[in-house]
Design a protein around this ligand. Sequence first.
Ligand code: HEC
Length: 476
Amino acid sequence: MTAEHRRTLPRFTVAASVLAAALVCSAAQTVAQAPVKGARDVTFTKDVAPILQRSCQGCHRPGSVAPMSLLTYEDARPWAKAMKMRTALRDKPTVMPPWFIEKNIGIQQYKGDVSLSDDEIGAIAAWADAGAPRGNPADMPPPLTFLDASEWAIGQPDLIVSSPTVTVKGTAADWWGPLAEVQTSLAEDRYVAAVEMKEVNDLDKAAGRQTIGGRFIVHHLIWSAVGDGTSRTEIEAWPVHEVGRNADFFDPAAGKLLKAGSKLVFPSVHLHAAGTDARAHVDFAFKFHPKGYQPAKRVLGLDLTATLDLDIRPMEANQKIETFTTLDRNVKMLVFEPHMHAAGVRMCLDAIWNSMAQTLSCAGYNHGWVRVYSYADDAAPLLPKGTILRVTGYFDNTPANRNVVDPRNWSGLGHRSIDNMMINIGQVLVLSDDELQQEMAHRREVLHLKDGQTVLGCPLCGYSKKPVGTTGGPQK
Ligand code: HEC
């Protein structure tokens, strides 16, 4: 979403009232149909509105991507039952909010986690079951303010570069291809702290359809920045522009280099019709670090990809495909980003070190959503070279998966959504042996690890010395 909340919201819990509701419910069954008192205590203004502010309104407000607003009681009331149904799906591919990390396995600490706790899911259900009461208007939290579509979440940009303009007829077929390169006119090398990309088009938003497809024509745009004499190893891994993408704030110690005289190159854009003729371009806004800044670290892309042909059989659920990669360097993994296509419904990432196998993350997958899960700083996997990473993709090629157009078809590897992909799009910091030791010492300290204690995502963190029986690895 392009909008950012302007103030941080307090964490919210309704544990007490939900528990009370449960107790009263079970008592009610034995005491002949007494009204469910506890459930009536859950109200919109007190219990539900704070949840909607934290986890829903970024999308569910006028002018954003979701089909209906959930800003006010009047807006939300008709959707009470649907809200109960969609929030109860947890990590299933149609859950709301669209955050699919499984909570019973793997690392649980992620930045910007908007998913609901069991208590919050219970509160929405109790509220819907009680007839969606409004409650005391005085309990209503003050409304959030959202960034206007023309504002930049990264603040005032230091440089804005526009892609070439494209035109798409209202009924045109989808189009893929390259766009002409553009000059940045940057006079000196600068390091980028944040980048934000926005499609600017002439579609009438008020008249347009209330869907993402009716508001934009650029589905995604792959780009890079190439300066004079930039060598292959110097080319930074820039985030792809995708409809609905947030601004990217890079690790403050790992600014990305935009070289003097850089041009932006666009090897591939995917355009689609919006129902009416439209012209559009994408604006790239860069926020720079101060002059003289030097990065201490460099973030690299590390895609864990199934390169074999994916053999997805027709009319079959629960198809599982694995791919393995052995790390040839020590890394700190910064994100988990499952990327599959229409048939994909789940992905897991495991790390295997010596005889220790750990599941780092599992998430449901819905090809209608682009989700990247950033590990919290003290939970990001610290993996020594020699670690084997296993990515497991799960595919559902049956009518139960509504993203698949015709599940009677076999499908294989390919670029179109009806073909398949299976990638964990990784971002990593490469660590020297010393840096890995430092990171692990820090982790031992903040997590108060005892000697020999293992921790999820860091097989060697519990050891201040090389554990007996391990091979390879960072120890000296
Ligand atoms: C990242 C954006 C986003 C967030 C956050 C989000 N939604 Fe949605 N929501 C959508 C979009 C887009 C749709 C329409 C597509 C779909 O149904 O999946 C939708 C659909 C729904 C629907 C179904 C509407 C219908 O027509 O039946 C419900 C109910 C819903 N959301 C409730 C919620 C609740 C409650 C939250 C917060 C707990 C939430 N959403 C958070 C984007 C979002």
